[in-house]
Design a protein around this ligand. Structure first.
Ligand SMILES: NC(=O)c1ccc[n+]([C@@H]2O[C@H](COP(=O)([O-])OP(=O)(O)OC[C@H]3O[C@@H](n4cnc5c(N)ncnc54)[C@H](OP(=O)(O)O)[C@@H]3O)[C@@H](O)[C@H]2O)c1
Length: 384
């Protein structure tokens, strides 16, 4: 039987690769909903190819333009957050791929969970900003959250069939990003172009910057805590520049399981779409006789303070991860617009965390208030 799915963020890097997987398995999947924000040229092409029932565009003007362009096409075009939620909660779908970037994915993900949809989760900011609430909602609705991030997919695969009580710790691997080995004075001079050139992965702009600051690994530590219900001390990060081992689980008997493969996001995406089954594909295979070395080193948290700040925010709990995430989203956006330098990202995040007036978080409405307070605080500081 065909699995009916919707994709939030189909025009992005993960969204496009999800459609590659669907293209290679036409008989297995049926696309019911797609969404984009600015790139309506690509969304239009995707609509023509996959003929979803609904397409949503966050930007209202672009939604109107797309609707005009499509004319009498059978796909209904919706706009704004209402559109994203409509796609996420469509009666027909079994699985929602959340591949938007940023905390904008939170509300549609929550609504999808409440509508009993399983979630293939790429949008890590959702779990960073509201992990406890999202996971509790998933438990209450008996919904599966299947990770798409390569590290979390690796751990998810290593854990299959094991009791979480038998886990001693997990080891998240990190490539180290384009500036591995750099000192603070070198990091102060890096350009946007250098930052976006990741040595191993070809990704969207925000996650590329996050990978360069090591904030991405910090966000992943928080994501792992909620996904796998772990204590802080059970999560370790190790730099593994070859990006062949995607992550590992150490069990209480000291045995370690790892998941390996060529760095290609279509592998964890396909696993999330076909879970609990595996299906054959034509992707590149690992050739062990050509693998010269697999190396490991400690992450440098002195020069790359974003990782340290994220771990501290997780340890403080409550509102701190929400503040960290919102500040990072604003600052990365400003860096992408060339308004601030690379090192302003960790420096400003540190300052907003020190000024955080919120402690506990009770519900999604409070998360939204804290997120907005943080965005205003950071924007005011930068403008002055
Ligand atoms: N890329 C990777 O290899 C990778 C790996 C692991 C995890 N992830 C995670 O997956 C998520 C997506 O990453 P990505 O690299 O695919 O990002 P991306 O290439 O920037 O794509 C983001 C998608 O979200 C849409 N979008 C952006 N802002 C939006 C808004 N305000 N409202 C609604 N939609 C919006 C974009 O639409 P338009 O393009 O139409 O503007 C696009 O479809 C992130 O959370 C990232 O951390 C990515």
């Amino acid at each position: 039987m065909m699995k009916k799915i919707s994709i939030l963020g189909s025009t992005g890097s993960i969204g496009r690769q999800t459609l590659d997987v669907v293209r290679a398995n036409r008989e297995a999947f049926c696309i019911m909903g797609l969404s984009g924000n600015h790139n309506i040229d690509l969304l239009e092409a995707q609509i023509k190819e996959f003929q979803p029932k609904i397409a949503a565009v966050m930007d209202h003007e672009k939604a109107l333009e797309l609707s005009k362009r499509l004319g009498k096409c059978s796909t209904e075009v919706l706009a704004g957050m209402e559109g994203l939620i409509a796609i996420a909660t469509m009666e027909e779908i079994e699985l929602l791929m959340t591949a938007v970037v940023g905390m904008v994915g939170l509300l549609p993900t929550i609504k999808a969970i409440q509508s009993k949809k399983n979630i293939a989760l790429a949008n890590k900011e959702t779990l960073v900003t509201a992990g406890e609430i999202v996971m509790e909602e998933a438990r209450r609705n008996q919904v599966k959250i299947i990770p798409v991030d390569s590290e979390h997919s690796a751990i998810f695969q290593c854990l299959k069939g094991y009791n979480l009580k038998e886990v001693n710790r997990i080891i998240l691997t990190a490539s180290g990003g384009p500036f591995r080995g750099f000192q603070r004075n070198q990091l102060e001079k890096v350009t946007l172009e250098e930052t976006l050139k990741h040595p191993k992965w070809n990704m969207g702009k925000k996650i590329s910057v996050d990978s360069a600051t090591l904030m991405n690994k910090g966000l992943e530590v928080i994501e792992a805590k909620w996904l796998f219900d772990l204590e802080q001390h059970q999560i370790e990060v190790v730099v593994h520049p070859q990006s062949i081992i995607h992550s590992m689980v150490e069990f209480i008997d000291s045995s370690i399981l790892a998941q390996l493969g060529c760095p290609d996001m279509r592998v964890p995406i396909q696993f999330a779409l076909t879970y609990p089954n595996r299906v054959e594909n034509q992707l590149q295979r690992l050739n062990f006789s050509e693998l010269r070395e697999l190396t490991f080193e400690k992450p440098d948290m002195e020069n790359f303070t974003c990782l340290k700040l994220a771990i501290e925010a997780m340890n403080q709990g409550g509102s701190y991860p929400t503040v960290l995430n919102a500040a990072n989203e604003v600052l990365v956006d400003r860096f992408l617009q060339r308004k601030i330098g690379f090192m302003d990202i960790p420096n400003e995040i540190e300052s907003v965390l020190e000024n955080n007036p919120f402690k506990k978080v009770e519900d999604i409405n409070e998360i939204i208030v804290i997120d907005q307070w943080t965005r205003d605080f950071v924007n005011n500081r930068i403008s002055s």
